[in-house]
Design a protein around this ligand. Structure first.
Ligand code: ATP
Length: 313
């Protein structure tokens, strides 16, 4: 049995007008694990992130955080809940206030949530967080623009840790960084998770990054989950043609064997999601039924599941 879920969604759906950004997403993230959400740009990953953090309201569906029904939380209770959930963005400036020194950036969330007995204690904790992310205490009195992109992401990670969160949602945290810096930041995030036992929802379009970081993976396409399962199943025996195509597009991956069809064409607009299976317009195996019938999830063992009519055969 896996650990009980810290975060669970059921039927999570979000429309913006007639754009169905997220449809019927079920997630279950065991406490202390890293869950990867992967898919091309526009597949709805960031919308899921914003929904689970209650930054936007779902159109329908449930979100549970431990025992708490997140949709029912309001006011003070929601504010207290926020301490337990933090976000790391692609662009560190998204989480850093340019007018605040690093010291203020690291002490302010502690004050807001009533952590630490006094300023000296909060400042000491800020310095400890900096040390943890590999920056000197002298960084406390400097401003975000005085640092490199990688250093800024370290500061954003320290800031996320400042409230001792149970869940961190990281949305493309290394996509804006040089490749040489990406590995350092990913290693830092892994160390941080091991040290603090934080649960992580990790969002990326890059399968290599997700493979390195995540225990469980869900593959999204046009707002829906196409396939999910433990990392080894997704990488070694992907069953959905979309997952297979994504994997064969990764340079240097064992699945890049030329035998499998690579992903062709652009992802359709979320304004006009194809009928039946959303992936059928780009699927090399599509047949008549795919046009008219939405595939259900097939259980494939070890928690792997995929939504594809081919699995009926
Ligand atoms: N506030 C909004 N208003 C209208 N449409 C939106 C809004 N936010 C997202 N969308 C649409 O919802 C769909 C999913 O977007 P989302 O940003 O969640 O995808 P993503 O997989 O995170 O892609 P990216 O990596 O490019 O951010 C897109 O078609 C997007 O245009």
């Amino acid at each position: 049995m896996s650990a009980p879920a810290l975060l669970e969604t059921k039927g999570l759906t979000k429309s913006f007008g007639n754009v169905k950004a997220v449809r019927d997403v079920d997630l279950s993230i065991p406490r202390g694990s890293t869950f990867g959400l992967v898919g091309e740009s526009g597949s709805g990953k960031s919308t899921v992130a914003r929904l689970v953090l209650r930054l936007i309201e779902p159109t329908s569906g449930e979100i549970r955080f431990g025992e708490t029904d997140l949709r029912a939380l309001k006011g003070d209770k929601l504010r207290r809940q926020r301490r337990k959930m933090q976000m790391i963005f692609q662009d560190p400036f998204g989480s850093l206030n340019l007018r605040m020194t690093v010291g203020e950036t690291l002490t302010e969330p502690q004050s807001v949530h009533g952590l630490g007995r006094n300023d000296a204690e909060r400042r000491a904790r800020g310095e400890a967080l900096l040390a943890e992310v590999g920056l000197p205490a002298a960084a406390m009195d400097r401003f975000p623009h005085e640092f490199s992109g990688g250093q800024r992401q370290r500061i954003a990670i320290a800031r996320a840790l400042a409230t001792e969160p149970e869940l961190i949602v990281a949305d493309e945290p290394v996509s804006a960084l040089d490749v040489s810096v990406q590995a350092q930041i990913l290693n830092l995030m892994r160390d941080m998770q091991a040290e603090h036992g934080t649960t992580m929802l990790f969002i990326s379009h890059d399968l290599r990054v997700v493979q390195y970081m995540c225990d469980q993976i869900a593959v999204m396409y046009l707002g829906e989950i196409m396939e999910r399962g433990p990392r080894h199943r997704i990488y070694e025996m992907p069953q959905h043609p979309y997952t297979q195509a994504l994997l064969s597009s990764v340079p240097g991956s064992p699945k890049e064997d030329g035998k499998r069809a690579k992903l062709k064409g652009e992802i359709p607009s979320a304004h006009s999601v194809p009928s039946g299976c959303a992936f059928r317009t780009r699927c090399p195996h599509a047949f008549d039924r795919c046009k008219v019938e939405v595939p259900v999830m097939h259980q494939l063992g070890e928690g792997q599941e995929a939504a594809c009519h081919l699995l009926d055969r």
